[in-house]
Ligand binder design. Structure first.
Ligand code: PLP
Length: 390
């Protein structure tokens, strides 16, 4: 095995800042806003980038660099940049790469704030978006115009857990010379690596499974070096930098990503199986259940099924809310990918501003419940769901 090509779990642990003179084992935290220069020449060469070094933590910081290096190795990316939040990564990616008059083709079912960015903010700069239905990928090419620059999707989607064929998206992007950007938050690089299928950029909200313990916010964009360079320059000059402390926490979290995600997925599959056989449930959606409409695609591109299970309680919005109210141990919270199991009811919360018809277009029915399955013992998770159903 060559020195610089190790397995995923090893890279997550052994990619580390060089040791200082203290010979610390675990990477230290560099809480400093700036770095000093040795002399005038050092300062000049650093600012013209003849010399690669840290100048100011809005640009780069050792802790954020360590975190970014790990994610790049895990995603198979050339380069990357980290942000204060997942949304800062999403916004900076679009803002850096698009000009007035450019067009995006996106899946309709994307994260709520990303959808608001497309509909409310990007149009201020004459950047427009067309939406395809995630379950009708054969229609995508119809939306592509001469101004289309970016093809955008998430898989699995939030909260309906739909899956789109990444290889197909990669082929469409190649054929039409588009930049394919995938929000890989629900899968994590442990489960799915979109660059293998032709994605040029991959975005993560590190707030979710990457932190995995509900502590810090963070985001990252990785991919082709020339694109990341533009994104870096946008970020360096506009300020959505990840804090060194959060980067340090996230880099530590990556050391345990594989073992955590293995267990999350094992628990989630058991929860999905339990729900599928329960008489008070209409349907369950989980990528690795044979009943999932895109089961074959999921099996092709995902190593495991992820930790999110969507299902519908019989009896519509009222029964969905009753179920949520009867939950005892699991948390009712807006986050996901935490050690603690989280239950949400999108129709009455995150997606309540949409009319019912608009919710149905993205497969959010009134009774849909989303469970982010945590790392408690699976028997306790299932008991809580069971008593709430009864
Ligand atoms: C949470 C989330 C985001 C936004 O991330 P923040 O860190 O909350 O800004 C983007 N995309 C997906 C799929 C998410 O789940």
């Amino acid at each position: 095995m060559s020195e610089n090509k190790k397995k995923f779990e090893t890279e997550a642990i052994r990619t580390q800042l060089e040791r200082t003179d203290f010979l610390e084992h675990s990477a230290p935290l560099y809480l400093t806003s700036s770095f000093v220069f040795e002399d005038a020449e050092d300062m000049r060469a650093s600012f013209t980038e003849e010399k690669q070094r840290n100048i100011y933590s809005r640009f780069t910081n050792p802790n954020t660099s360590e975190f970014v290096d790990k994610i790049c190795k895990m995603e198979g990316a050339e380069s990357g940049h980290a942000f204060a939040t997942g949304m800062a990564a999403v916004f900076s990616t679009f803002a850096a790469l698009l000009n007035s008059g450019d067009h995006i083709v996106s899946a309709r079912s994307v994260f709520g704030s990303t959808h608001t960015l497309f509909t409310k903010f990007l149009p201020k700069w004459q950047i427009t978006t067309s939406y395809f239905n995630i379950n009708e990928p054969e229609t995508i090419e119809r939306f592509i115009t001469s101004n289309t620059k970016i093809l955008y999707a998430e898989s699995p989607t939030n909260p309906a857990i739909d899956i789109i064929d990444l290889e197909l998206l990669g082929n469409i992007a190649k054929k039409h010379n588009l930049i394919l950007v995938i929000d890989n938050c629900f899968a994590t690089p442990y489960i799915q690596q979109p660059i293998k299928y032709g994605a040029h950029l991959v975005i993560h909200s590190a707030t979710k499974l990457i932190d995995g313990q509900g502590r810090v916010l963070g985001g990252v964009t990785v991919g082709r070096a020339d694109l990341v360079r533009e994104i870096y320059l946008f970020s360096r000059n506009t300020g959505p930098a990840l804090s060194p402390f959060n980067a340090w926490v996230l880099s530590k979290s990556l050391e345990t990503l594989a073992v955590r995600v293995d267990k999350h997925c094992e628990n989630a599959l058991k929860v999905a199986d339990f729900l599928e056989n329960h008489p008070k449930i209409n349907w369950v959606k989980y990528p690795f259940l044979k009943s999932h409409p895109q089961y074959e695609v999921a099996k092709k591109q995902m190593k495991l099924g992820g930790n999110i299970v969507a299902f519908e309680v019989k009896g519509g919005i009222e029964k969905g809310r009753n179920f949520i109210n009867a939950i005892k141990m699991c948390s009712l919270s807006a986050n996901l990918g935490d050690t603690r199991t989280i239950v949400t009811h999108p129709a009455s919360t995150t997606h309540s501003s949409l009319a019912e018809a608009d919710r149905l277009v993205v497969n959010i029915t009134d009774g849909l419940v989303r469970v982010s399955v945590g790392l408690e013992h699976v028997d306790d998770i299932i008991s809580d769901l069971e008593q709430a159903l009864n």
